[in-house]
Design a protein around this ligand. Structure first.
Ligand SMILES: [Zn+2]
Length: 82
């Protein structure tokens, strides 16, 4: 954690538990054609953002990864940014 630059080192950020966006929306499966949603889970270089960062739960991360890979395969999403 990069808290060294914080103006108040003893200040604890309120515990805000990251909640899985897919659980929140009660998504049972992730549509690989839904690129607007998938794009939120890849970074600007086209890489899948880790669960730790996005807060996606284990089950949904697996579905998400599969969906992104499918989307890449049919050129809806990039493999890498040029
Ligand atoms: Zn989930």
């Amino acid at each position: 954690m990069a808290t060294e630059s914080s103006p108040r080192p003893d200040y604890k950020r309120p515990r805000h538990r990251k909640v899985c966006q897919f659980c929140k929306d009660k998504v049972a499966f992730i549509d690989y054609k839904d690129t607007n949603r998938l794009r939120r889970f890849i970074n600007d270089r086209g890489k899948i953002i880790s669960r730790r960062t996005t807060g996606t739960c284990c089950g949904h991360q697996k579905l998400l990864t599969t969906a992104i890979k499918k989307a890449r395969n049919i050129a809806l999403l990039p493999f890498t940014a040029a």
